[in-house]
Ligand binder design. Sequence first.
Ligand SMILES: [Zn+2]
Length: 765
Amino acid sequence: MLLSVAVRRPNPAIAAALSSRFLLRRREQHALLEAQPLEKPSLQSLVLSQYQNAKFHGILQNVVASPSVLLTACNNLRRHFPDSPTLTSGSVSANFFSIEELSSQLATNSLDVESCCVHLHPHSPTGTPLVVPNLKLKVVLEAFRLVLEAIYDDRFVTFAYGGRPNLGRHTAVRYLKNSIENPTWLFSVAFDNNEFFGSKQVEKLCSILGEKIEDDALLDLIRTFYVCRVISFDLSCPVFGRGLPQECTLTSILINIYFHSFDKEIQEFRLEMNKSNPKFHENELVLEDSNSGSVFYKPLKIYAVRYLDEILIMTSGTKTFTMDLKNRIVKFLEQILHLKVDRQRTVIHSAVSEKILFMGMELRAVAPSVIRPPMTEKAKRARKKYLRQKEVRLMELKNARERNRKKLGMKLLKHVFKKQKQSNGFKFNFSIENEVRQIFRTWADEVVTEYLTSVEDDRWEWHRKLSSGDFLSLPRIRDQLPRELVDAYDNFQRQVDKYLKPTKAKKELEREARIREEEEEQKYAQKTIQDLARRCFKVDAPLDLIRRAIRLVGFTNHMGRPRPLSFLTVLDDEDIIKWYAGVGRRFLDFFCCCNNFRKVKIIVSYHLRFSCILTLAEKHEATKRETMRHFTKDLKLSSDDGSEVILFPSEKEVKMMGDKWLSDPKPVDGALSMVLIRLASDEPCQRCVAHFCDRTDTVFYRIELLQRYLNVDPLDEQRWVPLMGAIHDSLHRKCAPLCPDHISELYLGRLSLQDIDCASLDNID
Ligand SMILES: [Zn+2]
């Protein structure tokens, strides 16, 4: 680890003197007002108060070191915990470490980072140790992240996703699906993993930070984090944004800051091209269909999506154009950002004829009809049947209404008749005459209007009777009759035609049907043309990789059928179901935005569910049928108070699941590659290792890693599944005291090892 700046080792004497003086001053200040966690706007204004002459000053001393910011960081670290009350500075100081002391250490730049790091040693002789920060240092890292987010997040471009509020994977997928038109060529940038981010890049990062933040102490501390390997970019496994314990949350924002100038470059290039590409260009007008003569305007466009260190560039231009763009981008990344691009793997793909893996999903440009296929004949028939049934139901309702009216009418008449007979005239205590008249009038009106607009046979009949063969229409007779009578007759005939001849109504009906048909034809034509002319992205879950992953873990046998997982049989029934539920839910959350989500649902609802049932059967030495009778297909558990709990998503629930936009779910890796095994130990109860949990009703659990159980090295591309991350080897067989709530959350995949204090894990034999 050669770096020009050595680890800052504070002079203990000076530091102590400074810190005690500082502490006194701070204590005086804060005796009056205990620190409160900050809401986003307050943090923003605190950061902005340090802005002077186009730069931020004294960020470490005045913002990061502020007890309120540190307390906000503490609360953030346990934000994922269910129903946790807000931490106060008093409760943190009483149970964990003194916020005041940490604040003064940061303000006087006397924090000894090295002593806050714990080195976990790997099991394999070739592995590198994992450095994990203790809880205190984690708070500092989170405070750094918060403050950097307040400074930078507004400046980031719109296509930078990951590690940002509301701009996660699913938002990126929505952009890919909805906003990109007619991509032709694309490429993703692959970095040389072994040399991705070293000391040279850290220096560059500090100089980038220095452009906005004038604070040597802060930059030195970031260098120290890197030297102590608390933040590490040197990763050979896919690791960013996965919730694995070896990833520090501060790295996400540092990556975004590092790539900001790259994002800007792309943005500028796009602007440049829009300018040089004004409105229309003759060769952009494509004559798609010679018969209809439709002309399409296809402007040349560049699209980009960056999810942390994953970069995808798409164009609607030619291959040569895309090639030039690629060269320009690679040059920028290598020369300006000093990153080593793996040129072998950074190649151009056709958007239409090749699939590309990005953010753990498969992308391919397809015709719109592939994504929304036209109705099949069977579906059309079903729809017709449904419409017919609806019509019949309507008719039945109408008939029922008429029947009721008739009954009611008869009742009314009978009543009136009886009254009249009894009393020779109407003598009511109250008058309902008007109401009755009103009711009859509306009924009558309705019936008349309906009749006069209907095309029923008896209307024809009536019209025929009234208009045909009358002697008054014979000219010989008409001549002999008085003029008034003939006129009155003609007028009558006109009115009969006007009101009783159903031709008009019939014509209207025919016209409506014709319009509908025309519209449908037009829609079909438009769809067909669009299908020929438009391409958009289809985002799929990589089913091959998912199938390989579930096969690797052992959910399925070589035939692809569910099988039991023997290594889970040592767990309680509840924990087995929770473990499966955690894995299943992570799969469902991660791939819910995919066009082939239905297939992922089958994997969870069938393969995982039955693997769970078979595991329970193996544990209890029962048959599958007996197990299903006991737990039901929905894997119900009865709790102590007799109520039933369903933790694994039920078949019905899975069926109803759809797209949940705007979330940034963690991939399944962390949940899939770890099992926590309860230990029977005589150790005295210890405090729960989940961040800031002060419960002591804990039980020891041992972390068992999948790669160790399977004896497969995650770096072995032949045997391990590509793109699947793995928890760092050094955590294998580490033991963690956990309270009932947090072990449950870990099993259910809602917490990851990132949410627990890995520095205080034990080794128990
Ligand atoms: Zn706990």
